[in-house]
Ligand binder design. Structure first.
Ligand SMILES: Nc1nc2c(ncn2[C@@H]2O[C@H](COP(=O)(O)OP(=O)(O)OP(=O)(O)O)[C@@H](O)[C@H]2O)c(=O)[nH]1
Ligand SMILES: [Mg+2]
Length: 359
């Protein structure tokens, strides 16, 4: 599960009959790549031959652990006692709630943990900590999914979120990874409110030597339409639309996002294939409220959770997972961000995250 994203591989020889249409992506689901070409962040993508070894994530894991250390310390404290008793579970409940896990996910984790403790007949608090890591991994596992590219041509990705969540920066990093994998990318500066926003995206476009459709003071839906039309005409693999930050309570701005989404669909049937929400990991329980609100408005297909390197508590991912489990449909976390450097955006791995949180 270390591929940064999945890309449809070149057609086998001889090429399949043109009458065979590519599979249509189901909303919210990454299309199973056929077969997937794992891409190693920071390393050149192999075009032929076996999949490369997973990238060295040791440094990454250390930084993720460091970013979540406050939560980790709070939870670790619970397991320093000599006995497994009600007091331990009560302390754990408080620690999980403090870590932004939310009431529903905390309760689910505690119930699952007690069952595991009983089944394993654990007697040491340290063993309970290991079982908690297992329970958390299982809860987070459904969030783990790769972004797939190539089922549609171009694959259109619309990126949304509140102000300053890290949308443009994440698009820049994602663009670099896609460009390194030989994807032809076109960026749409659909954040037309501020000149600085367009410039910021242009810098990423220049840096990655990819094309950008930008229009001074233009209508964001029109810019998106032009970009998708141009992407189709130019044979691009991916079109990524950067949108202006907004609060889900700003009804007219949410309506504008819906319009962008609709208009993109007019430029290309079935698009946008991905509607991503970028969430600042520091916003705690408010992050779940954002996910719910943007999902209600747009039908999200994935999340990018940024800034897990600061004061983020991390438990909110458990809250997002629990919410998905309750309604029978998760919004997967494609990437998590732990800083401003290119390599600071990585795929989400449930086990790794649970271990970092409980280190
Ligand atoms: N520490 C840290 N900073 C980040 C991360 N991701 C983004 N940032 C920073 O967050 C700030 C805002 O990032 P942007 O990408 O401009 O956010 P945005 O969502 O596009 O903002 P608006 O377009 O103004 O709504 C910048 O200073 C980024 O460098 C991260 O994972 N960790
Ligand atoms: Mg931006």
């Amino acid at each position: 599960m270390f591929s940064f994203f999945k890309k449809k591989s070149p057609p086998p020889q001889p090429a399949p009959a043109p009458s065979t249409p590519p599979p249509t992506p189901a909303a919210g689901l990454a299309v199973p790549a056929v077969p997937a070409v794992p891409v190693v962040p920071g390393l050149p993508e192999p075009t032929v031959g076996p999949a490369p070894a997973p990238p060295p994530r040791g440094g990454w894991l250390g930084r993720l652990t460091q970013g979540l250390r406050k939560t980790g310390a709070g939870i670790a404290q619970v397991f320093t006692g000599a006995r497994i008793d009600d007091a331990l579970y009560e302390e754990l409940e408080s620690a999980l709630l403090l870590a932004d896990t939310g009431v529903a996910a905390t309760q689910a984790l505690l119930d699952d943990l007690k069952r595991r403790v009983k089944e394993s007949r654990a007697t040491e608090p340290s063993a309970v900590k290991t079982l908690l890591a297992d329970a958390l991994t299982d809860l987070l596992k459904p969030l783990e999914r790769s972004l797939s590219i190539g089922a549609a041509s171009p694959t259109v990705i619309m990126v949304t979120g509140v102000n300053g969540a890290g949308k443009t920066t994440s698009i820049g990093k994602l663009t670099r990874h896609l460009a390194e994998a030989d994807c032809k990318i076109l960026l749409a500066a659909a954040d037309t409110f501020r000149a600085a926003a367009r410039e910021q995206l242009s810098v990423w476009a220049d840096r990655n030597r990819v094309e950008i459709v930008s229009q001074e003071g233009g209508d964001p839906a029109a810019v998106s339409f032009d970009a998708v039309t141009a992407g189709k005409a130019r044979g691009c693999d991916v079109v990524i639309a950067d949108t202006a930050g907004r609060l889900p309570t700003q009804t007219h701005l949410m309506e504008e996002l819906r319009k962008i989404q609709r208009v993109i669909g007019k430029a290309q049937a079935g698009a946008p294939h991905e509607v991503l929400l970028v969430v600042d990991g520091n916003t705690g329980q408010n992050a779940l409220a954002q996910v719910k609100a943007f999902d209600a408005a747009l039908g999200l297909t994935g999340l990018i959770v940024t800034k897990l390197d600061g004061t983020a508590k991390g438990g909110v991912l458990a809250a997002i997972a629990r919410w998905g489990a309750e309604r029978g449909k998760v919004v997967p976390v494609y990437f998590i961000g732990i800083g401003e450097r290119l390599e600071d955006l990585q795929t989400f791995d449930a086990r790794e995250f649970a271990q970092a949180l409980l280190a």
